[in-house]
Design a protein around this ligand. Structure first.
Ligand code: ZN
Length: 494
């Protein structure tokens, strides 16, 4: 067992080195240096891949499987090692390199097509990518269906049917709730957030906030990048990034809190699993549940702003001095059907995901022709959100995922909202005074709770087991519905 741990700890070190190369590429590297870095990334990626699919890995797994009386951490380690080994050995090199090539090509063409807002440019590349994804799923064969196999890459153990049941429960409730909010005659006004906010001050505030949220600067740092992200560079080194828009206050603010949420999770793994394969979020959905919990449930709460608003007023008196806290709180919580998923609010977000989930299933399993995709996209947008995108760029060309083969990834985002709400309800039930602390800028009680019940375990438990351990029941979307109803009805004066 020790040999298996050591073997994969070395692989994990290579992964950290790869992460460092790509973190540097996105944060520091001069633009002209892309080629040299790409070559380095290929070499290290090949090293990682070779070690995972080596005979040594296979032999070690076979020998530890004969052992009895293994503890839960060892068993999880074997499970994850097998998962990596299976992915590396079941997919032929030729298919893997074809997907890599098609991803790079597809991504570049997708960028061009989006710029021109012309789906027809991207269509043949998407068709090719879909057939490669189908082939990949056929070879990997970990799920009961092809699409389930792809979903399993991001949500281990989860199937299409399981998600379908949850989403079908949620869909009509969300549509109905959005219609209710639309009837309000006293809606929030977002214009105050779109004034000029000095970028330097925004940056300073973002650092002050994560400090208060207990982001540990002795083992982490924040930088700037085009797309905010979080990455680990060693067992004790977590990097986050943010971006600043001078005419939109909440971009930097909530990107920072979101990534801080991911980082707090990474910083909370217990000593035993640090630097191992198990030092990772339990699943993409559980990972996203924590970034969204900190960003939305905490960062967009009234109590959070009772503490922070006076500080913001001092930083930006020209915009906020005479602007009431209550109206600011409403402004950061506006709900509005919109075309672009990444800009969507807490309430409409899930519907953007359900749309992609339904289309992906049809593309992977039901032979949906890519030529029919644009009209189906618009139909579904109208059904779910009541709006039709004016062009391809604001419609089916908005996400990069499909261009680089990320089929099955989208559902995790919406599951994150659901897991987050359920976990937070339990935290509140166990600590009824939690929110009182936020008003004093005190967030360690919540973090301690999450560390103890969730973060320390990393990948030891599967999402299903984890949510049952933490909350005593399976994932139940009612918690999310109750949360948004209780929060948004007062904001919309209903
Ligand atoms: Zn995230």
């Amino acid at each position: 067992m020790k040999k298996l741990w050591d073997h994969f700890n070395e692989i994990k070190r290579l992964i950290y080195i790869r992460n460092l190369l790509s973190w540097d590429q996105q944060v520091n590297m001069p633009k002209g240096s892309v080629k040299g870095r790409a070559d380095q990334l290929v070499i290290i990626q090949n090293l990682i891949h070779k070690r995972i699919k080596s005979d040594k890995t296979g032999d070690l797994i076979r020998s530890v499987e004969k052992l009895n009386n293994l503890n839960v951490t060892d068993l999880a380690m074997i499970r994850e090692a097998k998962r990596h080994y299976m992915q590396a050995t079941r997919i032929p090199e030729t298919l893997l390199s074809e997907i890599t090539k098609q991803s790079t090509l597809g991504y570049n063409i997708w960028e061009k097509a989006r710029k021109k807002s012309d789906f027809s440019i991207f269509q043949p590349y998407l068709e090719k990518m879909i057939s490669l994804q189908i082939e990949y799923a056929e070879k990997l064969e970990t799920g009961p269906t092809l699409y389930s196999t792809l979903i399993d890459l991001y949500e281990p153990g989860v199937t299409y049917d399981w998600i379908l049941k949850i989403f079908m429960n949620l869909k009509p409730k969300l549509i109905k709730f959005i219609k209710t909010l639309e009837k309000s005659s006293n809606k929030p006004d977002q214009s105050v957030l779109k004034r000029y906010y000095d970028p330097e001050k925004q940056w300073q505030l973002s650092l002050d906030i994560i400090k208060k949220l207990n982001f540990d600067f002795t083992i982490g740092r924040q930088d700037k990048s085009t797309h905010p992200f979080t990455v680990s560079l060693s067992s004790k080194d977590v990097r986050i990034t943010t971006r600043i828009r001078e005419n939109f206050l909440i971009d930097c603010l909530f990107s920072t809190i979101h990534e801080c949420g991911h980082a707090l999770y990474y910083m909370g793994f217990n000593e035993e699993i640090q630097g191992t394969l198990l030092a990772d979020s339990c699943s993409y959905g559980i990972g996203e549940s924590q970034s969204r919990l900190w960003e939305n449930i905490i960062g967009r709460s009234k109590e959070f702003w009772i503490y922070w608003y006076t500080i913001f007023q001092k930083y930006f008196p020209e915009n906020l001095k005479d602007y009431p806290l209550e109206e600011f709180y409403r402004a950061i919580n506006i709900v509005q059907p919109s075309f672009i998923r990444v800009d969507a609010d807490e309430v409409t977000y899930g519907l953007h995901i359900i749309l992609r989930f339904e289309l992906e299933k049809m593309m992977i399993e039901d032979g949906l022709q890519v030529s029919e995709l644009a009209s189906l996209w618009n139909e579904k947008m109208e059904e779910l959100l009541g709006i039709i995108p004016p062009n391809d760029a604001m419609g089916l060309l908005q996400d990069a995922h499909w261009s680089s083969g990320g089929f099955g990834y989208f559902p995790s985002y919406a599951l994150g909202n659901l897991y987050g709400a359920q976990i937070y309800q339990k935290a509140l039930k166990d600590n009824p005074n939690l929110t009182k602390n936020y008003e004093k800028g005190e967030f360690s009680n919540l973090l301690n709770y999450l560390n103890e019940n969730l973060y320390q375990y990393g990948k030891i438990y599967r999402a299903n087991d984890l949510i049952k351990r933490v909350t005593g029941e399976n994932l139940n979307p009612d918690y999310f519905m109750k949360y948004i109803e209780a929060k948004f009805k007062p904001i919309y004066r209903l």
